[in-house]
Ligand binder design. Structure first.
Ligand SMILES: Cc1cc2nc3c(=O)[nH]c(=O)nc-3n(C[C@H](O)[C@H](O)[C@H](O)COP(=O)(O)O)c2cc1C
Length: 203
């Protein structure tokens, strides 16, 4: 069981990053082998809408995207962590998501069957916002659902935390840390996945 955690926050030891680390610790405690990736260590530019992927399912932009995509498709479980920026995922996360257009094209235009779809692959989302707003979680849900659909990976859980703003402030939020650990350990399990993602919303 390989669990990949992708931290998309530009902030080192940011709140979503710290929750991701707890979730990975939970997954490890459940026996998984875990890998942590900091998106800022990779160069992933935006989709340039050249539509080259519509003919071959491949992204022609030359950067680190292919390296990351390989890790994502190899993983049995994915934990995607993002801060909330202007009611949505951060720009770094959005670049990665938009580059998933090649997967969307392979699936919906070229009608290719993804080999990864045949495996039991599952994903969860961690998102942290500074203000008190539950509405912003709706846009995260929609974006991530569409992305996970292109990835052919099951969407099993969300950990959403609002009213946590300063760097590292999440360390003073024991229930969020506890939930991250619990959800990470649950994600590494092989029991039947939920029909709808489990939602944990804390403030
Ligand atoms: C560019 C920018 C936009 C932001 N937009 C929002 C927002 O729309 N809603 C919100 O609750 N917090 C917003 N915040 C605050 C962050 O979500 C908050 O500081 C969060 O803890 C950052 O997570 P991180 O430490 O994982 O990066 C914004 C912060 C920045 C820098």
């Amino acid at each position: 069981m390989k669990v990949l955690g992708i931290s998309t926050s530009p902030r080192i030891k940011g709140n979503s990053d710290l929750l991701l680390r707890r979730a990975l610790a939970g997954a490890e405690s459940a026996g998984a082998s875990v890998e942590y990736v900091r998106l800022a260590d990779y160069e992933v530019g935006p989709c340039i809408e050249c539509n080259a992927c519509y003919t071959n399912g491949q992204c022609k932009v030359q950067d680190d995207y292919d390296t990351l995509l390989k890790k994502i498709l190899d993983a049995d479980r994915l934990i995607f962590a993002t801060p909330i920026f202007f009611m949505s995922v951060c720009a770094q996360a959005k670049n990665l998501i938009d580059r998933g257009q090649c997967l969307w094209a392979a699936k919906y235009i070229l009608k290719r069957e993804s080999l990864a779809a045949k495996r039991d692959r599952r994903a969860m989302v961690i998102a942290v916002g500074g203000s008190k707003s539950k509405k912003q979680f709706e846009s995260i849900r929609l974006t991530m659902k569409t992305y996970f659909d292109a990835l052919d990976i099951g969407y099993t859980a969300n950990l959403f935390v609002d009213k946590v703003d300063d760097r590292g402030e999440i360390e003073e939020h024991p229930s969020a840390l506890k939930e991250a650990y619990r959800l990470g350990s649950q994600l590494a399990g092989t029991g039947a996945p939920p029909q709808e993602p489990t939602d944990i919303e804390l403030m």
